[in-house]
Design a protein around this ligand. Structure first.
Ligand SMILES: Nc1nc2c(ncn2[C@@H]2O[C@H](COP(=O)(O)OP(=O)(O)OP(=O)(O)O)[C@@H](O)[C@H]2O)c(=O)[nH]1
Ligand SMILES: [Mg+2]
Length: 285
């Protein structure tokens, strides 16, 4: 589009970048990320179009808050614990019309991460952008989210990383979706965005190095993610009692598999107890 004199090519991109209200707010939820949060904030602040970087911290017990402040973030301590609650809180504070969410635990973001995530939004080709990336292991994604989605809402399977929390979108679209309080937040946002008819693009952000979660944390995450999917599946037109029955079967089979794999551990524990009892008897006698 050509506007004004002197042959100035005023593209939608230029209009967005020139207007303060169309700049970018970057929001980062954190819980004990002192090692990585500094460079993440610095990278976001240096990126073109970023007007503010907001870190929403859940009372980290390490130096996350100090490090994030030193790097130039506006740090807010949340009162409602949970990744999703913090993401919702950040949205309420965001001043700009384009919102980017980053994870604070990544130490190898590509330098143009913000540009990759916002490019389609700035050009008004998308309302919401989901990132895709290669990573070492996405156990909850492969074992919980994808099988459930396949059964209940297969339209979401076209996204490689449905649980990715590295996303961008227009603030007005984020305001229309339901933010779960916990780890169900990211899949919930994606499913709600699909439902609201948002134009969604997936962009590749390369390879991400991620901290590996302990099994106990994976359990909590799986619970949050399944809850967010099932809550939405109930309202889905394709939802039927048949699919509910299949979920019960899957649940039962998973439980049996876990019990079977834990059985040897339990035998070892019992043998250990017997051994200790014997030692005590020997000492006593
Ligand atoms: N405020 C807040 N942030 C959290 C909470 N849990 C995790 N985060 C932050 O959210 C971001 C992503 O968290 P991760 O635990 O790595 O979650 P994830 O990336 O979805 O999971 P992985 O794929 O296992 O890495 C990080 O910056 C965390 O510090 C929480 O309860 N509150
Ligand atoms: Mg992570």
């Amino acid at each position: 589009m050509l506007l004004g004199g002197e042959g100035v090519n005023i593209t939608p991109e230029l209009i967005m970048m020139r207007s303060d209200t169309n700049m970018i707010s970057v929001i980062i939820p954190t819980l004990n990320e002192e090692k990585t949060i500094g460079p993440v904030v610095a990278l976001a602040r240096q990126s073109k179009g970023v007007g503010e970087v907001i870190v929403i911290d859940d009372k980290s017990t390490d130096r996350t808050v100090e490090v994030a402040k030193e790097a130039g973030a506006n740090v807010i301590t949340s009162t409602n614990i949970g990744k999703g609650s913090s993401m919702r809180g950040g949205l309420m504070l965001a001043r700009n019309n384009i919102v980017v969410y980053l994870d604070g635990d990544i130490d190898n973001y590509v330098p143009d991460i913000i540009e990759r995530l916002t490019n389609h939004i700035i050009k008004n080709e998308a309302d919401f952008v989901k990132s895709t990336f290669e990573r070492e292991a996405g156990r909850v994604t492969e074992l919980v989210a994808k099988p459930l989605l396949n059964l209940l809402m297969p339209e979401a399977l076209r996204f490689n990383q449905p649980l990715s929390g590295i996303i961008a979108g227009k603030k007005e679209f984020f305001q229309k979706v339901d933010f779960e309080n916990d780890y169900g937040v990211d899949i919930g946002i994606l499913l709600d965005m699909i439902k609201t008819g948002a134009r969604i693009k997936e962009v590749n952000i390369g390879m991400l190095r991620n901290k590996m979660k302990q099994w106990r944390e994976l359990g909590n995450m799986s619970r949050d993610v399944s809850r967010a999917i099932l809550k939405r599946a109930h309202k889905h037109p394709a939802f039927s009692l048949d699919s509910l029955e299949t979920i019960n079967i899957i649940h039962y089979q998973m439980e049996m598999a876990i019990k079977e794999s834990l059985a040897p551990l339990s035998r070892i524990r019992q043998a250990g107890r017997r051994f200790l009892r014997k030692i005590r008897t020997i000492i006593r006698d």
